[in-house]
Design a protein around this ligand. Structure first.
Ligand SMILES: [Zn+2]
Length: 239
C-alpha cells in the first residue's frame, strides 16, 4: 500500500496517496466522510491544494449526505401478529387484525393507547409489502402528529417561517430542507426513534433556513438551541 500523507486544505483533513497514475482523484469515504485524494507521484502540493479547493462544494455535499444518512437502513420489519415493533424509542406489541378480503374498510394501523398495542388491520391474504406500506403510513402520521407542533414551536423560537412540510419514508436521510422554497421534509423512520431525535432533526432543518451549510455557524446555532444535539445525533445514527 502506498504511503499516505495528510494535508490540511481549507480546513479539511485530506489523506493524500501518491500512486503510479495519470490523473488526480478525490473520494469521500464512508462512514465518517474522510477525504482521500490519489495523485500521480510527482504532483506538487500546490497542485493538490488547487485540485481539492476546486472540489470543496462537492466534498461538503457528500460529507453532508453521509452525516444525514441513517447508519442503519430501515429494516424490513416483519409485521406479524405478536411482533414487537419500534415506536418512539420503545418496543410495543403489534396486533394484526384480518379484515375480510372483500370488506370495503380500508387497511390501516393505529396506536391503541389504553391497550398499549399497535393494531394493524389488513385484508386477509395481504402481501407482506402491504403490511409494510400500511405501517409506513402509520409512522408517517405519527411523525406528522408529533413533528408539526415541534416545527411550529421552534420556528417561533427562531423567529422564522417555513412553507410546506412533508413526511416521507426515506432510506438515506432523516430530514431535508430546501432553503429556497423553505420546504422541509421529515423521515417517517423517526417515529421508531427516541422523540428527542425528531426534535433534533426539526431544529437541524430549521437552522438550515438561517445557515444552509454545516459550518461553524450552523453548529453554533444548533448548540444555542439544543446544547446536547451532537449526543442526540450520535445516538440516532448509532455511533
Ligand atoms: Zn443538514
Amino acid at each position: 500500500m502506498p504511503a499516505s500523507t495528510e494535508m490540511i486544505i481549507e480546513g479539511l483533513t485530506v489523506q493524500v496517496q501518491r500512486k503510479p497514475i495519470k490523473n488526480l482523484y478525490i473520494r469521500v469515504v464512508p462512514p465518517d466522510g474522510q477525504v482521500r485524494v490519489s495523485v500521480p507521484r510527482r504532483t506538487s502540493d500546490a497542485r493538490i491544494r488547487r485540485f481539492v479547493a476546486e472540489k470543496l462544494d462537492w466534498v461538503r455535499y457528500h460529507q453532508q449526505q453521509l452525516r444525514e444518512r441513517p447508519a442503519v437502513a430501515p429494516s424490513a420489519n416483519i409485521y406479524e401478529d405478536g411482533a414487537q415493533v419500534p415506536l418512539w424509542g420503545r418496543e410495543v406489541p403489534l396486533r394484526v387484525v384480518d379484515l375480510p378480503a372483500r370488506a370495503r374498510i380500508r387497511a390501516g394501523a393505529a396506536w391503541l393507547a389504553d391497550e398499549e398495542v399497535i393494531e394493524l388491520s389488513v385484508h386477509e391474504g395481504a402481501a407482506p409489502e402491504v403490511r409494510t406500506q400500511v405501517m409506513n403510513q402509520f409512522y408517517q402520521e405519527e411523525v406528522r402528529r408529533e413533528g408539526l407542533p415541534l416545527l411550529e414551536k421552534w420556528a417561533q423560537v427562531m423567529g422564522l417561517s417555513y412553507n410546506r412540510v412533508s413526511v416521507k419514508t426515506m432510506k438515506s436521510r432523516w430530514g431535508s430542507c430546501s432553503t429556497k422554497r423553505r420546504n422541509i421534509s421529515l423521515n417517517s423512520e423517526l417515529a421508531k426513534k427516541d422523540p428527542r431525535a425528531l426534535e433534533m432533526v426539526v431544529v437541524h432543518e430549521l437552522v438550515h433556513l438561517l445557515e444552509p451549510s454545516h459550518n461553524v455557524r450552523f453548529k453554533a446555532l444548533m448548540s444555542q438551541y439544543l446544547p446536547d444535539w451532537q449526543q442526540v445525533q450520535r445516538r440516532l445514527n448509532g455511533r
